[in-house]
Design a protein around this ligand. Sequence first.
Ligand SMILES: NC(=O)c1ccc[n+]([C@@H]2O[C@H](COP(=O)([O-])OP(=O)(O)OC[C@H]3O[C@@H](n4cnc5c(N)ncnc54)[C@H](OP(=O)(O)O)[C@@H]3O)[C@@H](O)[C@H]2O)c1
Length: 267
Amino acid sequence: MKFSLKNKWVLITGASSGFGAAAARAFGREGAKLLLGARRVDRLKKVTAEARKAGAAEAHFHELNVSKTPSVETFVAWATEKIRNPKSEIRSLHVLINNAGGAHGLDTIAEGKDADWEEMIQSNVLGVLRMTRAALPLIPRDAGASIINIGSAAGHTVYEGGAAYCAAKAGELQITRTLRHELFGAGIRVSTVDPGLAETEFSLVRFKGDAARAKKLYEGAHPLTAGDIADILVWVASRPPHVNIDELLVKPVDQVGISKVYRRKSG
Ligand SMILES: NC(=O)c1ccc[n+]([C@@H]2O[C@H](COP(=O)([O-])OP(=O)(O)OC[C@H]3O[C@@H](n4cnc5c(N)ncnc54)[C@H](OP(=O)(O)O)[C@@H]3O)[C@@H](O)[C@H]2O)c1
């Protein structure tokens, strides 16, 4: 039987835009209770209101920088207060979505910048480790709980200029696989959802605000939307409790390789 997300606590990192914001709305439609984190709190406030409007039983937000251990610890202490509140009917975390991350720059290794490499490893790799370590005590055993990490098609292949991002997402994949082994017998599901080309703020961030360059990447193509991935996240978390979707690679029909994208129209 489908696992009901109604009144279940769902924690989403990187909820201020893209997949995370769409996931907040999608889990909201399921009647879940949401705990949303990211660095841009003005954006989080807006997403929280949208999630409530969509049907969330509760929705709360707090600043979070997954690249900093103290920020993760403060965020999880805040989340713990919400979840363990005596008025809360369910006092554990049923879904953790480690989504915060992204790419910074597209330089070759010869031209690579330390700040870009460090940010990618900090958020996509160490961020997943830190959040998971901090949130694990809140996640119940044998109760249909899920930890869902957002990887990437980039974790399965390579491309020029993608060394640190591909390494980071390959790292995320191996972290997911390791955690699946470490939680063997605990009755906690562990999954990775690995999208291909999707139109979010991802490229705007990668190209440091160059909107024209970011837009070009999607020109004439039919990329995935944030809503497509959000629907998949809800589906993964709502499978019957004995079903674990281990690894899901999701691409647009017109993408077969990272740069092999069929463009149906020009401009
Ligand atoms: N779009 C794609 O083509 C694609 C494909 C495969 C995988 N992905 C992955 O999907 C995830 C979501 O990306 P997206 O496409 O939705 O891009 P996006 O629209 O840029 O969203 C990225 C989210 O991550 C948050 N974030 C980044 N660094 C953070 C940090 N240090 N601490 C806390 N939050 C942080 C951002 O929030 P703040 O800036 O407010 O902190 C934002 O909410 C990322 O892990 C990305 O690598 C994207």
